[in-house]
Design a protein around this ligand. Structure first.
Ligand SMILES: [Zn+2]
Length: 53
């Protein structure tokens, strides 16, 4: 049972707390996916801009 077209949706997703948008697993994150919290370096830098309470 092989699928010819893997679905993108099969990849894990997270929601970036900075821009609040979902981002999808990428190859470059395969070893650090558990630690990835932000969709981009830009958001990582902007994390202090998150308004909490
Ligand atoms: Zn983001």
């Amino acid at each position: 049972m092989k699928r010819k077209k893997p679905k993108k949706q099969d990849l894990p997703q997270k929601i970036c707390p900075v821009c609040e948008r979902p981002f999808t697993w990428r190859k470059k994150w395969e070893k650090v996916w558990d630690e990835v919290r932000y969709c981009s370096q830009r958001c990582k830098r902007n994390k202090n801009n998150i308004l909490t309470n």
